[in-house]
Design a protein around this ligand. Sequence first.
Ligand code: ADP
Length: 157
Amino acid sequence: MRIAIVPGSFDPITKGHVDIIERTGKLFDKVIAVVLVNPTKKPTFTTEERVDMIKRVTGHIPNLEVDSYSGLLADYARMKGAQTLVKGLRAVSDFEYEFQQALTNKILNPDLETMFMMTNQKYMYLSSTIVRQIAAFDGDISEFVLPEIKDDILERI
Ligand code: ADP
């Protein structure tokens, strides 16, 4: 079975993330969207909240599993029997960091491939940070996040 992992902070999940997860689901037998617990970042939403929000906006993707993990992605992939990491690429600005991550993961787990999926043009400038910033000023975030989780975000921020 071909299994792909789509990792991220998903703090919170945006329409850009959902687009990448949906498209990955069409290419693989199974997709795992995993919330990575990053000890150096202070997230706005807890790990459980982020997992719950992902589930609420991805119910239409039949071959998706939603999970969280604290540790190295290279180890997580091995544990899950996944062969591929799929990362969304927005602008050139994503590239430097992703390049470093991909090469490091290749050393840690040579069986694991990293593949980059081009962003949807509509979501090219969209990030969780942008959503949090707009929400902080009570702006309209409905272009950027799914309606199921909009109120949770506005209430929190
Ligand atoms: P963000 O950068 O929005 O905080 P994450 O850290 O959760 O997002 O990112 C997880 C993955 O999703 C990364 O590979 C990132 O490049 C990708 N991603 C995030 N937003 C988009 C988008 N709008 N289009 C394509 N890929 C995206």
